[in-house]
Design a protein around this ligand. Structure first.
Ligand SMILES: Cc1ncc(COP(=O)(O)O)c(C=O)c1O
Length: 475
């Protein structure tokens, strides 16, 4: 137990911070000079770099503000427990504040979040519960529901960053004034991703109060609700939502720029390599939007983009070649899976699929009409950006289902479907497809993170035949 009676000597005259909490905020701002030069951007494009917060992200700010407010209101008592569903960064912030002020932490996360983030929270001594990302928010096993249950069971304080007004307040009180001061009031555009909307709304409120002409712009994953999507699925972590959080304030936002997973990830890699500033997928998304704003802006514009965290948290995803290749974000070779599909003229528009709610008879008809024996089951039909694969159906399996129960023809596909097909990136090697098809009946080919086509053994046979014929003809 810490000895509270200890009298700490004065730090007057030193530059020693009193505790790690005093290191939250006052993050630097840096010009993106190399990117500007490469892209011919003439205005000022600067990054508010939140990585220098002690927890490595912008979320330290609301974490501190929410806990101080809960202490002041009596919601959080000495030695109490904090429960929060979080994709990681808020958890780190809360864990840091909790360590300093003597609270226990339990965090609820989804399977979408990288393993490093789970390990990181455990490193701060927190308990972490991981829930399946695929379940709906109102399901008892969703991460929102599990967090609610744990809060009751442990009589805990739940900061609820999605509802807590102190989340945007943290940014109104700190991030906004810092940006105003750092740009000497010259800022013309502010761009950030939105999750809880705390950052964008909080900063936006302050900046608009100083100068209503400042443009507040959200960068948003293409499938998220803020840019008109259904909320899923997309791969960028920490930003975009499938509902509108309390801090969402559409009237304050002058624009929303949808950015694809592919552009977000490739921009994160580009910025990291070009500027030597390691940023993650959501930072990449924000910079991608900021570059579009800068391309269209006057030369005297001062554009500030907020980078929320470090690329270090994404070494097993955005900066992992295998991961990027499997989703079809990067190419491994010239003659790869894409070349096999070219022999068939496959395209997202031509992806054959069946909806989960369609009857089994529809699935059988699609297969018969097109002479295929497997179909992916997709919600939010392709070619939409947010085509969501939920499983697959197979000729043989459907035959068995109908054989057992002829009435099953009218059953919804989702009731009888099998698991998802294994995936392969459009830029991965043909040899990999061959070895995967030794055990799988078919593969789902991904391009830019989205389903492109189904690849079967017969596709490979046609490809190899075409290659052999071409070789024979001396082509
Ligand atoms: C990792 C991460 N978390 C959260 C957010 C969103 O911040 P807020 O929840 O304040 O909207 C961002 C924004 O870019 C982010 O990248």
């Amino acid at each position: 137990m810490p000895d509270a009676s200890i009298r700490h000597p004065s730090l007057d005259g030193t530059e020693i911070a009193d505790s790690v909490l005093d290191l939250i905020g006052e993050t630097p701002m840096v010009r993106m000079k190399r990117v500007s030069e490469e892209r011919g951007i003439r205005c000022v494009l600067a990054m508010k770099h939140e990585v220098t917060n002690p927890g490595g992200s912008s979320k330290d700010r609301p974490a501190l503000e929410m806990i101080l407010a809960a202490e002041a209101s009596g919601e959080l008592q000495p030695g109490g427990t904090i429960v929060e569903p979080t994709s990681g960064n808020t958890g780190v912030g809360l864990a840091i504040v909790a360590a300093q002020r003597g609270y226990k932490c339990v965090f609820v996360m989804t399977t979408k979040v990288g393993k490093e983030k789970v390990d990181l929270l455990r490193a701060y001594g927190a308990e972490v519960v991981v829930c399946d990302v695929a379940v709906a928010p109102d399901d008892p096993e969703s991460y929102y529901s599990v967090a609610e249950r744990l809060t009751q069971e442990r009589n805990a304080f739940r900061p609820n960053q999605y509802e807590n007004p102190h989340n945007p307040v943290a940014h109104t009180n700190t991030t906004g004034p810092e940006i105003w001061r750092q740009t000497d009031g010259r800022i013309t555009h502010f761009i950030a991703g939105a999750g809880t909307c705390g950052t964008l709304t909080g900063v936006g409120r302050y900046l608009k109060s100083m100068n209503p002409d400042i443009q507040i712009i959200a960068a948003d994953p293409e499938a998220s609700v803020f840019s008109g999507g259904s909320g899923r699925p997309y791969l960028v972590e920490g930003v975009g939502e499938d509902f509108f959080p309390a801090a969402y304030d559409g009237d304050l936002w002058d624009d929303v720029i949808p950015i694809s997973d592919e552009e977000s990830f490739l921009t994160a890699r580009y910025v990291s390599e070009t500027e030597g500033i390691l940023i993650g997928g959501s930072g990449g998304m924000a910079v991608a939007a900021a570059m579009k704003v800068a391309d269209a802006a006057d030369d005297d514009a001062v554009i500030v983009v907020l980078n929320p965290d470090s690329g270090r948290g994404y070494l097993s995803t955005v900066f992992n070649e295998d991961w990027m290749m499997n989703f079809g974000f990067v190419q491994e070779c010239e003659q790869c899976v894409g070349a096999v599909l070219d022999t068939r003229n496959a395209s997202i528009e031509n992806l054959l699929y069946v909806n989960p709610q369609q009857p089994v008879s529809d699935a059988i008809e699609i297969m018969r009409e097109n002479g295929v024996s497997q179909l992916p089951v997709c919600k939010n039909t392709p070619p939409f950006a947010n085509a969501e694969v939920s499983g697959s159906v197979d000729e043989l399996e459907l035959m068995e289902v109908i054989h057992r129960d002829p009435g099953a023809m009218d059953t919804a596909v989702e009731k009888v479907m099998s698991g998802k097909l294994p995936t392969i990136g459009v830029g991965q090697k043909v040899e990999l497809a061959v070895s995967m098809l030794e055990t799988a009946p078919a593969l789902l080919v991904l391009s830019g993170g989205r389903p492109l086509s189904v690849l079967t053994r017969s596709d490979l046979l046609s490809y190899f035949t075409a290659v052999a014929e071409a070789a024979e003809a001396g082509l």
